[in-house]
Design a protein around this ligand. Structure first.
Ligand code: NAD
Length: 260
């Protein structure tokens, strides 16, 4: 039996990176997918690559900006219209913003990070939880970060929103676990996705590979994480095998956040 056989799984930010890697792992495990992204081209490419690997997969794609409440309501309604229910929600879309000290931070970028990383996560839960409540079943996996557990130089709005995601996760678990809706968050360290590649380009524009190698030296495993490693953890948290873990923020970072 596959781990997500016939489960209806919604994934935001599914066009690339951790969202796409998780969509591929979920398709492998038999899920029917509703994939959301505001980048229509990335979303179509994602669908093509999933169907290439798993031609029997069911893949609905919906272009939506998660920071717009109406767009979130629309992707939830369309998913329910298509599949009839929602079993798992990987609430993943997020951005890093720019690198700058707290007092120098560009206010427009600061607000954009809040709109996507905090409001986008909240809107998704606001509209999907009632669907799951009617079913008396659901699994929600929010995406925090090690920046949701610790501070990260030059990333104040990112760190603030990721701590908030961890807080929302705890509250959802308190309020809705009684309805069979288990909510957890993951806190990835540096996982080699387009977002992290961009951060290394910002840190050392002349030699981003050098920035990556230097960063990896601080990790106990001496390497960055791979998107599919995150995908496998999320599949577990969205499956029925996850039956008594609720309200946790689980680090997936090669152990780096234990260090000082
Ligand atoms: P990525 O930039 O590689 O991919 C993010 C995807 O989300 C893109 O397809 C993008 O188009 C989409 N997206 C962004 N904003 C959106 C919006 N408003 N509406 C709809 N789609 C939107 O990023 P990633 O590295 O895969 O990161 C995914 C999540 O994981 C983010 O929440 C990020 O903060 C978190 N995270 C990543 C890492 C890492 O090392 N990669 C570490 C910690 C946390």
């Amino acid at each position: 039996m596959k781990k997500l056989e016939n489960k209806i799984i919604v994934i935001t930010g599914a066009g690339m990176g951790l969202g796409l890697a998780t969509a591929i792992e979920a398709a492998k495990e038999g899920a029917k997918l509703s994939l959301i992204d505001y980048n229509a081209k990335a979303l179509e490419d994602a669908k093509t690559s999933i169907l290439k690997a798993y031609p029997e997969a069911k893949v609905l794609t919906l272009v939506a900006d998660v920071s717009k409440e109406e767009a979130v309501k629309a992707y939830v309604d369309e998913t329910v219209k298509t599949y009839g229910r929602i079993d798992g929600f990987y609430n993943n879309a997020g951005i890093e913003g720019k690198q700058a000290l707290l007092a120098d931070y560009d206010l427009d970028v600061f607000k954009k990070v809040i709109d996507i990383n905090l409001m986008g996560v909240y809107y998704g839960m606001r509209y999907i939880i009632p669907v799951m409540q009617k079913q008396n079943y659901g699994r929600i996996v929010n995406v925090a970060s090690v920046g949701g557990i610790r501070g990260v130089m030059n990333q104040t709005p990112y760190v603030a929103t990721k701590h908030a995601v961890s807080g929302i996760t705890k509250n959802a678990a308190l309020e809705y676990s009684r309805y069979g809706i288990l909510t957890n968050a993951i806190a990835p360290g540096a996982i080699l996705t387009p977002m992290v590649a961009e951060a290394f380009r910002e840190i050392n524009p002349a030699d981003p590979k050098k920035a990556e190698t230097e960063y990896a030296q601080f990790n106990p495993t001496k390497r960055l994480g791979l998107p599919e490693e995150v995908g496998k953890l999320v599949v577990f948290l969205m499956s029925e095998d996850c039956s008594y873990v609720s309200g946790q923020t689980i680090a997936i970072d090669g152990g780096q956040s234990n260090s000082y």
